[in-house]
Write a new protein. Structure first.
Length: 268
């Protein structure tokens, strides 16, 4: 049986969420068409990209593909981006707007509820528990949600995304000290040749919005990285160590600062 969540506890204030890096489909695979079984919308190689950058961080990693159920969506099914194209809690289309299910095999409400209980609930139970533990140990917790995406997806957005897309729910999910660190880091990333944006197309998913409670000492940030910065954006989705080597030190510097600043950013 595939575990719905993998948790690696750490001692620092930093929690790394990795909701979309898995490709396992479980018993859902038989209902998917060829596009669905290809799981093209995976956040490819996220564990490898972040490996060793924050060894004392807690890691919470989903065990199933987002095509089974997206743990970064509101469990009620409400859209995170009303009026914009997106994929939902239990996606039936991919990031190109194409169906991922065989005709007539789309999940009904009972099936969505089954997946919600088997995938979404345990992932967020683990997230809640680890954030509470980390906050009790360190006085505060900083949740950094790790994401990546192809840079050109006309169904979701116009043009090419900036390389590094930071979301803080318009500044509501973290304290001003954290925002200041992010803004300073953006300048360093751009000096290194990367393009950046804060609260652009991606302001943070349900995880960032739900857990970001700076008044309680819990700060949340989403990082959406264009995949071309560290891998090939076409099948077979090959990891590129040379590209990643330019990005990883920047990410490590940011995680170190967030950990340090977060530990001092207690509840107001």
């Amino acid at each position: 049986m595939i575990p719905p969540v993998l948790t690696v506890p750490g001692d620092s204030a930093l929690v790394l969420g990795q909701p979309h890096g898995a490709t396992a489909l479980g018993d859902v695979e038989e209902s998917l068409n060829a596009r669905g079984r290809a799981v093209a919308d995976t956040d490819w190689h996220i564990p490898a990209l972040y490996d060793g950058l924050a060894p004392d961080a807690t890691v919470i990693r989903a065990g199933f593909s987002r095509y089974v159920l997206d743990v970064n969506r509101d469990p009620s099914g409400a859209s995170l981006y009303p009026g914009q194209n997106t994929t939902g809690l239990c996606p039936v289309i991919d990031f190109e707007g194409e169906p991922i299910y065989r005709e007539g095999r789309e999940p009904d409400e009972a099936e969505i509820e089954r997946r919600r209980q088997q995938v979404h609930a345990p992932y967020h139970a683990a997230m809640e528990a680890q954030i509470a533990r980390v906050r009790a140990q360190n006085g505060a917790a900083v949740l950094y949600d790790c994401h990546s995406i192809r840079g050109d997806l006309p169904f979701l957005f116009e043009g090419r995304l900036p390389d590094l897309n930071i979301g803080t729910n318009g500044g509501a999910s973290c304290a001003p000290e954290i925002t200041a660190i992010l803004e300073e880091w953006r300048g360093e990333a751009e000096a290194a040749g990367f393009t950046t944006v804060m609260n652009g197309r991606f302001k943070g998913g349900w995880t960032t919005r739900h857990y970001g409670r700076p008044e309680e000492g819990v700060h949340a940030v989403q990082m959406e990285i264009v995949q071309g910065t560290y891998m090939e954006e076409t099948p077979p989705w090959t990891y590129d160590s040379d590209r990643a080597a330019k990005l990883r030190p920047l990410l490590q510097a940011l995680l170190t600062r967030l950990k340090t600043t977060g530990a001092g950013a207690a509840a107001n």
